[in-house]
Write a protein that binds this ligand. Structure first.
Ligand SMILES: Nc1ncnc2c1ncn2[C@@H]1O[C@H](COP(=O)(O)OP(=O)(O)OP(=O)(O)O)[C@@H](O)[C@H]1O
Length: 316
């Protein structure tokens, strides 16, 4: 069953087209990564889905309801972790969860939810004004989880989280999906999306430039792999016609090591057979798949290495 559907969804702010003719169809239980650099239109899409912003053209449905007509019913059945959430400094974490639970007319145990997002029982009774950024983010995720939502909309869910918080958040996302919840996971961090998402839509300047699984994107955009062969010798005949092999896009020679760039997965075996056919003995093989960075740089025309935190790829 389709849970999120957009048809030609478009939103312009004056001369700026924030999203243009967006067509999405996201299934029940799917974790859908919505990936794009800053200003791509991710938050605008979420704001339109939540009916906080009126589209200029097109329409959208969530759980079969028109987003502009059945807003109340939709909001009752979804959990949202927005980018700039509002928390009340003077209220405790527990009160926030109680408030979210009451709004959804649910009966969640606040202690269970707080434990799930990794907030200690002592912190549950502290005023949120004393919380760190990561603790606030955990609480906001907990609020989104109340009422066992059919759809979770998460905007940059890892913001402010430490590595264990990120791991916990990712586990929650997968657990929710396993129980049938659809997750709309918006982020500009490649590693996050790759770690949890079944499918990815890449947004750039308001346009959906690709939509597929990560593996599918790799195949379609042919970012390929480099096969490094350690040889006993590098006969001239082994390299002279290497570029003629279907799917081989280039090569480098460094002493006895031959690195062959393959745009097509099948080219790897062809290159090895070719080299052996020319009389060389392959002593060792190392295959390096093209990084996701190259793939997304290609899709968005950005340099994802810029502003990259230690372990994450960021499109910036
Ligand atoms: N209220 C607004 N008024 C005018 N322009 C806006 C408004 N909101 C968004 N925009 C413009 O729409 C475009 C898309 O912005 P949006 O916030 O949706 O991007 P994003 O992908 O969420 O970016 P980020 O990753 O930085 O949060 C940008 O060019 C932005 O300047």
């Amino acid at each position: 069953m389709s849970v999120v559907v957009t048809n030609g969804l478009t939103k312009a702010y004056g001369d700026v087209t924030a999203i243009n003719d967006l067509n999405l169809d996201i299934d029940e239980g799917e974790v859908f990564g919505f990936l794009g650099p800053n200003g791509a239109g991710k938050s605008t899409t979420i704001n339109v889905l939540l009916d906080f912003v009126t589209p200029t053209a097109g329409s959208a449905t969530i759980l079969g309801h028109d987003t502009q007509e059945n807003t109340r019913e939709i909001h009752r059945r979804i959990g949202v972790l927005p980018e700039g959430y509002d928390l009340y400094d003077r209220l405790t974490g527990r009160r926030h969860i109680r408030f979210a639970t009451a709004t959804k007319q649910a009966d969640d145990d606040p202690a269970e939810i707080l434990e799930r997002v990794g907030l200690d029982p002592e912190d549950a009774d502290r005023a949120v004004g004393e919380y760190s950024k990561g603790m606030k983010q955990r609480l906001a995720l907990g609020m989104a989880l109340t009422g066992s939502p059919d759809l979770l909309i998460l905007d940059e869910p890892s913001a402010g989280l430490d590595p264990s918080g990120i791991q916990r958040m990712q586990e929650i996302v997968r657990t929710e999906a396993d129980r049938g919840t659809t997750v709309f996971f918006s982020s500009h961090i490649l590693g996050q999306v790759e770690a949890v998402c079944d499918r990815v839509g890449v947004l750039n300047h308001g346009e959906l430039v690709a939509i597929d699984t990560i593996e599918g994107l790799r195949e379609t955009f042919g970012s390929g792999a480099t096969v490094s062969l350690e040889l006993d010798s590098v006969p001239e005949s082994a390299v002279s016609s290497l570029s003629d092999i279907d799917g081989v896009t280039g090569y480098d020679i460094n002493a006895q090591r031959l690195a062959v760039q393959c745009g097509d997965p099948r080219a790897k075996a062809r290159a090895i057979n070719h080299v052996e056919g020319a009389g060389a003995t392959v002593l060792d093989i190392h295959v390096e798949e093209a990084g996701l960075h190259a793939l997304f740089d290609e899709l968005t025309g950005t340099d994802s290495a810029i502003g990259e935190p230690e372990e994450e790829g960021v499109i910036a």
